[in-house]
Design a protein around this ligand. Structure first.
Ligand SMILES: CC(C)(COP(=O)(O)OP(=O)(O)OC[C@H]1O[C@@H](n2cnc3c(N)ncnc32)[C@H](O)[C@@H]1OP(=O)(O)O)[C@@H](O)C(=O)NCCC(=O)NCCS
Length: 386
């Protein structure tokens, strides 16, 4: 089988070159089904294309491995099933993401190959090409990557590998981990994926009542859908920034990110263009008029079955008053009202974040696999192609 690697042409889905993004989306869907057991959360072609159009805050490069005139190895739907007639078959892809306003030392790298095309050297060639792109970016010294998995192995499983932090396990036999270790990029930290099956039990209403009582009368809640009022934009951006300062990331060479009102406007524009919606509950501290806590749920108008729990943050001076639980319960209640048919909510938390995990477990979130965060000095990565 002849294959080659090329850079995905720039991202407009309506352009004849939109095949690349349809192809990447199909590869990601197949990889998610194979490695996570669900394609919930796999990016759509539209989301991928939109992420490429405005690179103000993050430079993104995408490579595709294509088989010209190829037929699928398994005889089924071609990877790149949305590919217009004549477009090449996409069987793998590579990604480089470089933050442009903070974390200037960091290069986020990722490769994936559709399962029927693995063990032919395609992943190695993609990885080498992505690393070459990263090395060509001035100042990037740390490579970060991620491998997702469907379930944490039992503690006594022979292949169980414990994160260096001591929290969280992954199977050392996972193809992505074997591949990454061969490239010299090692396990640093584990992030737990959890799922909340809907509808939630009555316990959540009780948790909300208790949290409201614990918080007391000094807080006013705001609930926003698909928008953040201009008056609160800078305050909410400060909370996003706070999260990047406070979220425990032991061992990871990541710096706090810089967020302001302009970046939030940019973020909201991108979410809308990608066809995503969101529900946000924020707590205002009435005596100071400041936003001090918030949580956000992302939903997908074209995908009823699931939503994703994103940012939850409480500023340090207001912790210990159950505000995290309060904003999450209120947001979830609002989600039930506007998205009654949704069956599950996914979330991710670092295994080294016991307070956030405790809130989620109390609300009914249950472990459902996770992802291993991998890291190495960019200069140390080994060439994989032979
Ligand atoms: C990881 C992944 C990209 C590898 O793609 P691939 O095309 O099969 O990779 P290659 O054929 O180029 O393999 C290169 C080397 O990696 C190692 N490797 C890859 N898959 C492996 C597996 N299943 N078991 C053991 N070693 C493996 C081997 O050393 C291999 O060389 P070899 O075949 O000569 O032994 C693919 O399994 C995948 O898409 N996984 C899901 C996404 C992911 O985890 N990405 C990694 C993030 S960095």
């Amino acid at each position: 089988m002849q294959w080659r690697i090329l850079e995905a042409p720039h991202g407009d889905l309506d352009h004849p070159d939109g095949w690349a993004y349809r192809g990447i989306a199909e590869v990601e869907r197949q990889v998610a089904l194979a490695d996570r057991g669900t394609d919930d959360g796999a990016p759509t072609a539209r989301e991928l294309a939109v992420s490429m159009t405005d690179q103000t805050y993050r430079r993104r490069r995408r490579l595709v491995a294509v088989v010209d005139g190829g037929t699928p190895a398994d005889g089924g739907t071609p990877a790149g099933g949305g590919t217009p007639a004549g477009g090449p078959l996409v069987v793998g892809h590579g990604f480089l993401g470089c933050n442009l306003r903070d974390n200037l030392h960091r290069a986020d790298v990722y490769v994936a190959v559709a399962p029927p095309y693995r063990r032919r050297g395609i992943g190695a060639a993609l990885a080498d090409a992505v690393v070459a792109l990263a090395r060509a970016e001035p100042g990037r010294t740390t490579a970060l990557s991620e491998v997702e998995f469907a379930a944490e192995p039992a503690a006594d499983a022979p292949d169980a590998l414990v994160a260096p932090t001591g929290n969280g396990r992954i199977s050392a036999d996972l193809p992505g981990l074997r591949f990454a270790r061969r490239a010299g990029i090692g396990l640093t930290m584990i992030s737990r994926r959890s799922v909340l099956r809907l509808p939630v039990s009555d316990d959540v209403a009780r948790l909300e009542e208790q949290a409201r009582a614990a918080a007391g009368p000094d807080y006013r809640l705001h609930v926003w859908r698909d928008d953040i009022p201009e008056r609160w934009l800078a305050g909410y951006a400060a909370l996003e920034e706070r999260l990047t300062i406070d979220e425990p990331n032991p061992g990871l060479d990541v710096e706090p990110e810089h967020w302001d009102a302009e970046r939030m406007r940019h973020e909201m524009r991108e979410l809308r263009e990608a066809g995503r919606g969101w529900l946000l509950t924020a707590a205002e501290h009435i005596p100071t008029g400041e936003l001090v806590a918030a949580t956000m749920l992302l939903y997908f108008p074209d995908r009823q079955a699931y939503s994703e729990q994103e940012t939850t943050v409480v500023v340090p001076e207001h912790r210990g008053r159950r505000l995290g639980m309060l904003v999450k319960c209120v947001n979830l209640r609002e989600h039930t009202r506007v998205r009654p048919a949704t069956e599950r909510i996914w979330t991710w938390n670092n295994e080294d974040n016991p307070h956030m995990l405790a809130i989620n477990v109390a609300m009914g979130f249950r472990p459902a696999g996770g992802s291993a965060m991998l890291q190495a000095p960019l200069a140390d990565l080994r060439t994989l192609s032979r």
